[in-house]
Design a protein around this ligand. Structure first.
Ligand SMILES: C[S@@+](CC[C@H](N)C(=O)[O-])C[C@H]1O[C@@H](n2cnc3c(N)ncnc32)[C@H](O)[C@@H]1O
Length: 386
């Protein structure tokens, strides 16, 4: 046994370790089935990635040489009876009998192997379906392949990740990035956001998924725990009642009707640097427009009234964000299919003083044109003339 540990330590020290496997659990029904170890280069530092293959998930942890040896000694022979060390020139197999007798077999390889220090074959993927939470969320098979009926959903998640990465990449954060995903639902996009921030942009995060449904909160928190995911938590709360103290990024995707306004108001009040929302079911303004009885050549058609209400609602939201010092942008979210909920309203905080008089004039103009008494967001973020 000690000879095996010496060989591993020596291979690690001389950068000759290509990979290593630990298998044959001592406990037949151990949830941890086997472990795969490979050297990786992370931020110029050579570490060893341990992929723990559990019954229903995988978990990856990186260790330095010393930690690796400590862990190995804890696992062999207490948890596993077999181990194979693959170096550039030989394979060393450790077999421990049920009585605890260890034997070593060494076999030279015909052709020298090369080390592959890539962190992960999939590391350049924005959202990696091999991450264990995607299986637990029901999007992939246990092996990390997106299932046939979730291909479309995964495409949407990927598209969203592309957009948020492009928005977040140019931003400078000082320490932990505080994020609130309001109306987070089943958490698909929250997990994608976590991956982008931590695995692509290498940032420390504190992501709160705010969700009113307790069953979803419980379920997602279980998945977060089982996946050993750090820096993310679901909180059972209404958007209206959630007022974070620290917030750099506010996300609200498909929060119904005025819940989007409540989320925007929370973000602005907390001083969020970035606000991203995909508004949905714009009832409040449509009802205002219908109540006013004002119709024009566009809104006399029901479908156009619906669409106009969407645009007016979000245009006023954009103006209010501008009033509070945000630069706004409207972009397409996912491909237009059966849903008009494909617009992202993005606000980035700027230091440029807004022309509040002009913004107020534009809001007043829109409201008068469509007979709107009040946009709900005005009640949450009142205008102040300065
Ligand atoms: C349409 S889903 C969107 C989920 C996710 N953001 C997405 O885009 O895939 C809206 C979610 O917001 C939650 N929700 C609706 N109103 C809410 C409120 N006022 N406060 C907190 N959560 C709310 C719902 O329970 C639901 O899970």
């Amino acid at each position: 046994m000690n000879r095996f540990f010496d060989l591993v330590a020596e291979a690690a020290r001389q950068s000759l370790l290509v990979k290593m496997t630990l298998s044959k659990p001592v406990q037949k029904h151990d949830e941890l089935r086997n472990i795969y170890v490979k050297p990786v280069l992370i931020k110029e530092k050579r570490l060893f990635a341990f992929t723990y293959h559990y019954e229903r998930r995988d978990e990856v942890k990186n260790y330095d040489d010393v930690q690796m040896m400590e862990i190995l000694k804890e696992l062999l022979p207490a948890r596993f009876l077999n181990a194979v060390l693959f170096t550039v020139s030989e394979d060393v197999t450790l077999l421990v009998s049920s009585k605890g007798k260890a034997t070593l077999q060494t076999k030279r390889v015909q052709e020298a192997r090369e080390q592959n220090l890539d962190h992960d074959k999939q590391k350049n993927r924005l959202v990696n379906p091999a991450n264990p939470w995607w299986y637990q969320l029901g999007l992939t098979t246990r092996e990390g392949k997106v299932t046939a009926d979730m291909q479309h959903k995964f495409k949407q998640i990927y598209k969203y990740a592309e957009i948020v990465e492009s928005l977040l990449k140019p931003m400078k954060f000082d320490g932990t990035v505080h994020v609130a995903d309001m109306g987070a639902g089943k958490g698909y996009l929250t997990f994608a956001l976590h991956e982008v921030l931590t695995q692509r942009l290498h940032l420390d995060v504190d992501i709160k998924g705010v969700e009113i449904r307790p069953d979803l909160v419980l379920k997602i928190n279980d998945i977060i725990k089982a996946s050993n995911l750090k820096g993310m938590e679901f909180v059972e709360s209404s958007i209206e009642a959630y007022h974070p103290e620290k917030l750099e990024v506010l996300i609200a995707l498909h929060a119904c009707n005025t819940a989007t306004d409540d989320a925007i108001a929370s973000g602005v009040k907390a001083g969020a640097e970035l606000i991203v929302c995909a508004p949905c079911c714009h009832k409040q303004i449509r009802q205002e427009m219908e109540r006013s009885g004002k119709v024009d050549a566009i809104t006399r058609h029901g479908i156009f009234l619906e669409r106009q209400a969407v645009m007016v609602t979000d245009a006023i939201r954009a103006l209010i964000l501008e009033y509070y010092g945000y630069k706004t942008q409207v972009m397409e979210f996912i491909e237009m299919e059966h849903t008009p909920k494909n617009v992202l309203l993005v606000g980035r905080k700027t230091t440029k003083a807004p022309n509040r008089m002009e913004i107020m004039r534009q809001i007043a103009d829109l409201k008068a044109r469509y007979g709107i008494r009040q946009h709900y967001l005005e009640t949450r973020l009142p205008f102040r003339m300065e």
